[in-house]
Design a protein around this ligand. Structure first.
Ligand code: DGJ
Length: 700
């Protein structure tokens, strides 16, 4: 019988899987594989060690103890104590193009699993699985993890940790024997969620070296794992973190696991980012129209909302060239501060005697779109909703979960609660011209029970359903996923939203790192990036407008500042920056993100290069003062080596603060080949700390 084998491959990576003794095996995931691979099985067959099975064993993709596998299994569960160990056999193997779909069955455990693997032209591997209960009794599913093999060159992992206002800090460590687990148990992905888990070599940098990245497409509880066994076998995996009893499959019921989206690159961490960005950009729901320059009024007015105040802001916004204005938290019934009102999504006549229509008209008449804030999953105990339906919160028994920002979480798995939120928000959207909503989620889920059972999975599915329904009812509606800043940025919710609020921290210096690492997976056009106030509200730091403007340019740009306080010079800069953003956004939002391996830890050099390498914009950011007089030269990689480029410094929001008598002459314009620019580079100016400027590069 011919081998059931599939080699999926692109110029960037390959995946080789085959059926061995009824088990599905991934033999290789990583570097491109071509030519004669007939004897790979023989080549991979290991020694029979002392103190070992008499014949070599392979757990296959299901990693089963019945097949001699001693690491963490793919599937854990039972049928009231039985069916605890499985031995799945492949019953169907379908290979078409760059995809393979495999059905596996264990007739004793009465389970069927359909696994599909697909590699797109960017080298992005999409892994899906559905588990069906074929028996007559319920099957309790405890865990299902998607796993991929890692070669031993992968000797480190990189994942991300964080907290409110300081999301996505990289942590890199050596892989040792054992399992490294990153759990997310907040019921939302979380500030501390690892947007991806990346295996790499100790030599891998932004530009060079191998990396194997996985990202779980899920906004509820999840886990990432990197496992190295005593025999040297290594793997990386991720899946939903199920709470006890959360998935009980009734006869014929199917559990659909969250998708795992993975990338291999031998072009460093930028290679990984580029593949993710291209994959995301080809989705049918990816935002198509130019990303409107946004003014979010939160840090301008907080809860002090009035038509009069907003009109003043809108007048300045119109003068600057803002295209979308967002009314944040505080517009609805009894919401004068964060202690009350959540759950009552009706307009407060005390604040809006003419309803919202009159302010929306004022904004629209200025040629600006209007956006509105919601936090539909939440309720304040001090709200009409809670007074009538205290039973609609996620809770267990007669316990009320501890309050967080004075709020509790509505159980959207409860039909009544779901319909209340859907109908109230939908009514507001139906009655007004609202282009966009910012949907917040300011607390974690704990003790999150739904009718006596764990309710996080149900809650996660409900919010996806609700977003889809709102978009269906209100054509063209855009949604921003916000959760106290960047606590719901993941590849699950991404298919329902158009923008992520990257972080509540609008301090440009802090933002450099947060944006740098969020863009490891998410393309810049989906990352909200705002010019914050002169004195940062989170850090209290005072930063130049030029620094704030350069930082906010690399994303879906906006302003979050009381611009009525800006003086005429600042308004002039904001205006020229706004028009610069509009001219450059097509380039900023479709290009390849480049994070240069800059040798000086006191500075950052990053930017975008158009796919045809004809145009680029880079930012040089002086984080802290250099020790040497001159920071390292600015060398731009990945351009067309033989082409000649025009290179100049540009200052749409003013020049940075220099610590020198004279700045380098090239800044007013120079021509150079792509090769010279990457090998020799241009001299970095001596900037004061926390300053930045832009470099524009155009092919001649
Ligand atoms: C947290 C968000 O991240 C902020 O931007 C703002 O919308 C507040 N919530 C409002 O409560």
């Amino acid at each position: 019988m011919s081998k059931q084998r599939a080699l999926l491959g692109t110029a960037h990576s390959s995946l080789l899987c085959e059926v061995v003794d009824g088990a599905l095996l991934i033999r290789h995931w990583g570097a491109p594989l071509t030519g004669d691979i007939a004897h790979v099985e023989l080549a991979q067959r290991p020694s029979i060690a002392n103190s070992a099975f008499d014949q070599s064993q392979s757990g296959g993709i299901m990693r089963e103890s019945s097949r001699g596998f001693l690491g963490r299994p793919t599937l854990s569960g039972h049928r009231n104590g039985s069916a605890w160990s499985t031995k799945f056999e492949v019953t169907d193997f379908h290979h078409r193009g760059e995809g393979v779909a495999v059905t596996l069955r264990d007739l004793h455990a009465e389970l069927e699993i359909v696994i599909s693997l697909e590699l797109d032209s960017f080298g992005v591997l999409t892994q899906n699985a559905a588990i069906k209960n074929l028996g007559n009794s319920p099957y309790s599913l405890d865990e299902f993890i998607h796993w991929l093999p890692l070669p031993q060159e992968a000797n480190q992992t990189l994942d991300f940790a964080g907290r409110w206002s300081n999301e996505r800090n990289p942590q890199r460590r050596d892989i040792a024997t054992g399992t490294w687990i990153r759990d997310s148990r907040e019921g939302r992905s979380g500030h501390n969620f690892s947007i991806a888990d990346i295996a790499l070599t100790s030599l891998t940098t932004f530009q060079h070296g191998q990396a194997w990245a996985t990202s779980i497409a899920w906004s509820g509880n999840s886990q990432y794992l990197v496992e190295r066994l005593w025999n040297g076998e290594q793997s990386i995996g991720a899946g939903e973190l199920l709470l006890p009893g959360e998935v009980q499959l009734a006869p014929n019921e199917t559990y659909v696991a969250p998708t795992l989206i993975s990338v291999y690159s031998n072009e460093g961490l930028d290679g990984i980012a580029s593949a993710y960005h291209q994959h995301i950009r080809t989705r049918s729901m990816h935002p198509q129209r130019p990303r409107p320059l946004t003014l979010n009024m939160w840090e301008a007015i907080y809860f002090e909302q009035s038509e009069e105040k907003i009109k003043k802001l809108v007048d300045v916004a119109a003068e600057i060239g803002v295209e979308r204005v967002v009314l944040d938290d505080g517009w609805f019934h009894s919401r004068r501060n964060d202690t009350s009102g959540l759950g009552d999504w009706v307009i407060d006549p005390a604040v809006w005697p003419h309803g919202l229509s009159s302010i929306i008209k004022y904004i629209n008449d200025a040629g600006i779109e209007f956006g509105l804030w919601f936090e539909g999953e939440m309720v304040n105990p001090d709200s009409d909703l809670y007074r009538v339906h205290p039973e609609w919160i996620l809770h267990e028994g007669d316990r009320i979960p501890p309050l967080w920002r004075n709020q509790l979480v509505l159980d959207l798995g409860h039909e009544g609660a779901y319909n209340h939120v859907l109908e109230q928000t939908s009514a507001i959207l139906g009655a007004h011209n609202i282009a966009y909503i910012k949907w917040d989620h300011n607390r974690v889920l704990v003790d999150a029970g739904h009718l006596g059972k764990a309710g996080v999975r149900r809650q996660t599915q409900a919010i996806y359903r609700l977003f889809a329904e709102l978009k269906k009812r209100h054509k063209g509606l855009e949604i921003e996923s916000c959760a106290s800043g960047g606590a719901r940025v993941d590849l699950g919710v991404i298919d329902y939203v158009d923008r992520f609020w990257t972080s509540d921290n609008n301090d440009a210096l802090a933002r450099q790192n947060i944006q740098r690492w969020t863009s490891q997976v998410i393309p810049p056009e989906m990352l909200g990036t705002h010019i914050g106030p002169t004195h940062g509200h989170q850090t209290g730091r005072t930063l130049e407008l030029s620094m704030r403007a350069v930082t906010a340019l690399f994303g879906h740009a906006g302003i979050e500042w009381d611009i009525t306080e800006a003086d005429s010079e600042q308004r002039g800069f904001l205006k020229s920056w706004a028009s610069y953003y509009k001219t450059k956004r097509a380039l900023l939002h479709t290009s390849t993100t480049v994070r240069v391996d800059y040798p000086d830890e006191h500075g950052l050099l990053h930017g975008v290069i158009s796919r045809d390498k004809a145009k680029a914009i880079f930012a040089y950011v002086q984080l802290t003062p250099t020790v040497a007089v001159n920071p390292a030269p600015l060398k731009i990689p990945n351009l067309d080596r033989d082409a000649t480029y025009d290179i100049k410094a540009v200052f749409p929001a003013g020049e940075p603060r220099y610590m020198a008598v004279k700045k380098p002459e090239w800044m007013s314009g120079i021509t150079m080949s792509g090769s010279a620019l990457s090998v020799i580079g241009v001299t970095a100016p001596i900037l004061a700390p926390a300053n930045a400027f832009l470099i524009e590069i155009t092919k001649l």
